[in-house]
Design a protein around this ligand. Structure first.
Ligand code: 13P
Ligand code: ZN
Length: 272
């Protein structure tokens, strides 16, 4: 038995492979983080090593104090994660103030956690609070169609949410809150992290203009499924607009009927 046989690490690896297979992780594109449960920590701890220095996160996230995260490494390729997990991913421990992290396992040939760590941790901070601890996965990918949409449409939450909801019947049920849009910003830092976390107060999906998408979910399946559903909706959008004149679509009444049938609350301000 090695640490990489543990179920949460196997699930993390499977998700990385699936994202790569769908073309969302060119080169080192994208990153993934999972907030470990106390049970995960108990079974993983015997494999931890204690020689890494403490590193500032760059921002304080007090409600993550003492938490452990499994995260992808910066500059690491998703396609290599399953082949050599201990080289490409790591477990970090957050200190008692939520201001510093320390690698306790992984990245065995050197490296640092993803450059998007501030965004991941700020999103985890928001979601831990709003989900009463239930939400554990934050996922960033570079799906082609959703990125392409950000060149064509006005960068506002309502426009994107309405179009994405109406491209397939199940979409409003999968992301009833809609999606938030972050205008183009320099990636990899505190500012884009703060802008994304503000949107995560309202949504489980934040789209970074001309860059990619962040999704939040309770577990690996839900989070991956959310990314997949939004990206598929964007793909249908391109097939439709490039194929000809739209004759009919899902109406606002249809959206309201769906919400009622599936017992979800669609964001009212996005409906006509
Ligand atoms: P990292 O390799 O640092 O995770 O960066 C990839 C990326 O997608 C940046 O937005
Ligand atoms: Zn990216």
């Amino acid at each position: 038995m090695t640490i990489t046989d543990l179920e949460f690490i196997q699930s993390f690896i499977r998700m990385a492979n699936d994202g790569f297979a769908l073309g969302w992780h060119e080169r080192n594109g994208g990153n993934l983080s999972y907030r470990m449960t106390s049970e995960d920590v108990v079974v993983a701890k015997p494999f931890f090593k204690d020689h890494h220095p403490s590193v500032p996160i760059g921002i304080a996230i007090p409600n993550l104090a003492g938490e452990y995260f499994l995260v992808t490494g910066s500059g690491k390729f998703f396609r290599n994660i399953s082949i050599a997990p201990e080289d490409n991913i790591c477990i970090i421990e957050i200190d008692g103030k939520g201001e510093n992290y320390r690698i306790v396992w992984g990245l065995k040939n050197g490296g640092t956690p993803t450059s998007e760590l501030p965004s991941h941790l700020l999103n985890h901070g928001v979601k831990k609070e709003s989900s009463h601890g239930g939400l554990r996965v934050i996922y960033h990918a570079h799906p082609t169609n959703i990125i392409a949409m950000t060149f064509l449409l006005p960068l506002d939450d309502r426009t994107f949410s309405r179009i994405l909801w109406t491209m397939a019947t199940e979409c409003p049920v999968v992301f009833p809150d809609g999606v938030g849009i972050v205008p183009w910003m320099v990636p990899g830092g505190r500012e884009i992290g703060i802008a994304t976390a503000e949107l995560m107060e309202k949504y489980n999906v934040a789209i970074w203009a001309h860059h990619g998408m962040f999704c939040a979910g309770i577990d690996f399946d839900t989070t991956f499924g959310l990314m997949h559903t939004v990206e598929k909706s964007a793909e249908i959008y391109f097939k439709v607009i490039s194929a000809g004149k739209v004759r009919q679509t899902i109406t606002d009444q249809n959206l309201r009927d769906l919400a009622k049938a599936f017992h979800v609350n669609l964001r009212e301000e996005f409906l006509d």
